[in-house]
Write a protein that binds this ligand. Structure first.
Ligand SMILES: [Cu+2]
Length: 302
């Protein structure tokens, strides 16, 4: 019996250890497949590099000095992470970079490693560079994640703030926006999460100032049901409108009708007028019936 108990305990520990090992192996496998590094890029010339898995570098420049730079002032490297989870700290956003602002000295050779942690496509795209060095004035890194890609550029000599964003539809609007400041920088960009004011501030409903302007609340008379009173108060303007419309129609319409029928029956004998009135009534009745038939037919067809 004791032998059996010992064996059971041993196998219990063995199974436990095996399970632990297996889970470790799974998480290691998960980690290794998490970030795919795009390293084998084909050089298409003009700083444009691509691979067959959708990795892309545009505007890579490791050698050409921008005007005003007599030499490369220094080599710098930054790593930028992009993903949905970086939006967490900024209400109203969906995507984000882990950092939204980078500072570099003029004429720096900057190597950017971009890590996309989402299972969708993201970009780190910089605008406003000199177009005779950088095609369309852009430097950009792009891939469908989870993936990692690296590119290098040389920054111009002047103090300037460059827009950095993800150009996939709505990603910038939903938080993937930053700025790279060269030297002292220039004008900051709006709507950068955590940094600059939004162009269009979020609207979360009526403000205190609006409620002050709202019409005074009608306090129900003692004993009267509160709901009914307020409903009557709400309906008052529209029932007033209907009443005024009816009044106008009555005032204008009645004399017109009277003068029409007076002309119609003029010069008739009592019997003739009666016949005519009966005919008129019948024709009005026909018209009403015809209209109702059309209406019912129309409803049935639907
Ligand atoms: Cu994106």
């Amino acid at each position: 019996m004791r032998l059996l108990t010992n064996m059971a305990t041993k196998s219990f520990w063995l199974i436990g250890a095996a399970l632990l090992l297996a889970s470790g192996a799974v998480s290691a496998a998960e980690k290794s497949e998490q970030i795919v590094e795009h390293k084998m890029l084909m050089d298409h010339g003009g700083g444009h590099l691509m691979d067959m898995d959708g990795g892309m570098v545009m505007g890579q420049n490791k050698e050409t000095l921008p005007p005003g730079c007599s030499r490369i002032s220094g080599d710098e490297a930054i790593t930028v992470r992009a993903g949905h989870k970086y939006a967490r700290d900024y209400p109203g956003t969906m995507f984000g970079f882990d950092t939204h602002e980078w500072h570099v000295k003029p004429c720096t050779r900057l190597t950017v490693t971009f890590i996309n942690e989402d299972h969708i496509r993201h970009q780190w795209m910089m605008h406003g560079l000199p177009k005779f060095i950088y095609d369309k004035g852009m430097f950009h890194l792009e891939m469908t994640g989870p993936a990692k890609i690296t590119g290098t550029l040389i920054l111009p000599a002047e103090d300037r703030t460059y827009l950095v964003h993800c150009d996939i539809a709505q990603h910038m609007e939903k938080g993937m926006k930053g700025q790279l400041i060269v030297g002292k920088g220039s004008v900051a960009f709006p709507s950068i999460p955590g940094l600059t004011d939004y162009v269009i501030p979020d609207d979360y409903g009526p403000k205190v100032s609006d409620s002050v302007k709202a019409p005074p609340v009608i306090i129900p008379a003692p004993g009267a049901p509160a709901d009914k009173t307020s409903a009557t108060a709400r309906n008052k303007p529209s029932s007033n409108g209907t009443f005024v419309l009816g009044l106008i129609l009555g005032v204008v319409g009645t004399p017109l009708g009277i003068s029409y029928y007076r002309r119609r029956y003029q010069g008739m004998t009592g019997q003739e007028a009666l016949n005519q009135a009966l005919n008129d009534a019948r024709s009005i009745l026909d018209k009403v019936l015809g209209f109702l038939t059309t209406l019912v037919g129309g409803v049935h067809k639907k």
